[in-house]
Design a protein around this ligand. Structure first.
Ligand SMILES: Nc1ncnc2c1ncn2[C@@H]1O[C@H](COP(=O)(O)OP(=O)(O)OP(=O)(O)O)[C@@H](O)[C@H]1O
Length: 406
């Protein structure tokens, strides 16, 4: 950096009392001329300083812009493998490529092997991701022994039979399949409207087989960093491997397996990669042991048919809204623990709730209990169910969901 110019000396005026008036006038004139000269020099210096200030502030603007670009370009995730004096070895998520990158001292002080970091196109580390941003911990729901049993599920006898055959049998008795020389279904896809018991089915089969239930929502797999969705899928199977026997339940699979109209956008390509990772993990099943995959969707029509090919989600089980008998059974299950008046006719309640899902029938039962409590009673009466019906179907009306009455 150039040094700032020194200030000109301040002129001094020396007037000898012996001087004649004309000599004094001359001395004053000379002093004035020197002051003008110094003033000019100072003005020049001010101009130069202003010019310099302008140029420095241009530099600041440009650096700020570069900084912003660098920050916004931090789109990849990598794990730090090694930290040396000035360099860091990184492994990029998604493609597993290893790179050696130089790091500024601030970053070197901050990172250690095992950290997850955000990097830009030139592999420069932009920031160290804190453990709170570790999507793995946030995205998965792990339940070592879910409490749901087949008896808790109403009206899905046929679906329960299918799930047991496709998921439970291969887990409990894999030799049976080897002996007969057939492959058990690779993945099971449950499809049907919201709240019909798909998650319950997956939990019940995990319970029955003493398997760990690991749930991941498809929407959680759609991540903003490149390679992060695929990484989560790997984590999911890795965790299942550590906890086997395990049931992996992927809810809202449509989030990563929808038909695409335009697959050119980078977001779509990323979602596609996540799906490919899932399929390749499923391909590796033979040596994977006791892990089964169940996926669920409310949007079967939107699914990319490629995922339904043999060896993928090749067992489709439809989970529809319950019929009359199913609704009655679901109401019995959800009112099982409630003190119900003898005059309550659950068949009649089932009859009036055509179009209700299992989840809606569960909330109708809870609401009926709430009406009894509000009325200071401990027995739930038919009127409470009717009031609850009015309330629940009214809520559905306002949410825009059509409900078929009587
Ligand atoms: N067939 C059923 N029998 C008994 N209860 C049910 C049934 N279906 C739904 N329920 C009730 O509704 C709740 C939600 O059901 P569940 O989460 O299994 O639905 P889902 O089909 O997975 O829904 P979504 O598609 O919205 O994820 C359950 O906890 C249960 O209380």
């Amino acid at each position: 950096m150039s040094r700032s110019p020194s200030l000109p000396d301040r002129p001094t005026l020396e007037l000898d009392p012996e001087m004649s008036p004309s000599e004094r006038l001359e001395a004053l004139r000379e002093h004035f001329a020197r002051l003008v000269e110094v003033n000019d020099k100072l003005s020049d210096q001010i101009d130069a300083a202003e010019e310099k200030q302008q140029s420095l502030s241009n530099d600041v603007d440009s650096l700020q812009r570069q900084n912003e670009t660098l920050k916004s370009a931090a789109r990849y995730i990598a794990t730090v493998e090694e930290v040396n004096d000035e360099e860091v070895v990184l492994k990029q998520h998604g493609n597993n490529q290893e790179v050696l990158t130089e790091a500024v001292p601030r970053i070197l002080d901050e990172v250690e092997a095992g950290d997850r970091v955000a990097i830009n196109d030139s592999f420069a580390i932009q920031s160290v991701l804190s453990t709170e941003t570790d999507a793995r911990a946030q995205a998965m729901e792990v339940d070592a022994s879910p409490g749901v049993t087949y008896e808790d599920i109403g009206g899905l006898e046929h679906q329960i039979r299918e799930v047991r055959e496709a998921v439970e049998q291969p887990l409990l008795d894999p030799d049976q399949f080897t002996e007969v020389g057939i492959e058990p279904p690779a993945g099971v896809l449950l499809h049907g409207p919201p709240g019909t018991g798909k998650t319950m089915l997956a939990k019940a089969v995990a319970n029955e087989t003493d398997a760990t239930f690991i749930k991941m929502a498809g929407s959680e797999l759609v991540q903003k960093f490149i390679g992060e969705g695929a990484r989560l899928v790997r984590d999911l199977f890795e965790l299942a491997g550590e906890r086997e026997p395990a049931i992996i339940f992927i809810d809202e699979i449509d989030a990563i397996a929808s038909k695409r109209t335009d697959s050119k956008t980078s977001g779509d390509a990323e979602v596609q990669r996540t799906m490919m990772q899932l399929l390749s993990e499923m391909d590796g099943f033979d040596d994977r042991g006791e892990i089964r995959v169940i996926a669920a969707t409310n949007r079967f029509d939107m699914l990319d048919r490629a995922i339904l090919r043999p060896g993928r989600f090749d067992r489709l089980i439809e989970v529809p809204e319950p019929e009359l008998e199913g609704r009655k059974r679901i109401l019995e299950i959800h009112t099982g623990e409630m003190p119900i008046d003898d005059a309550v006719d659950l068949e009649a309640v089932a009859d009036m709730t055509e179009g209700f899902s299992g989840a809606e029938l569960a909330s109708l039962s809870t609401e009926a209990g709430m009406f009894a409590i509000r009325d200071g009673r401990t027995t739930v009466e038919m009127q409470d169910f009717e009031d609850a019906y009015g309330k629940v179907s009214h809520e559905d009306d306002t949410s825009g969901t059509p409900v078929a009455f009587q």
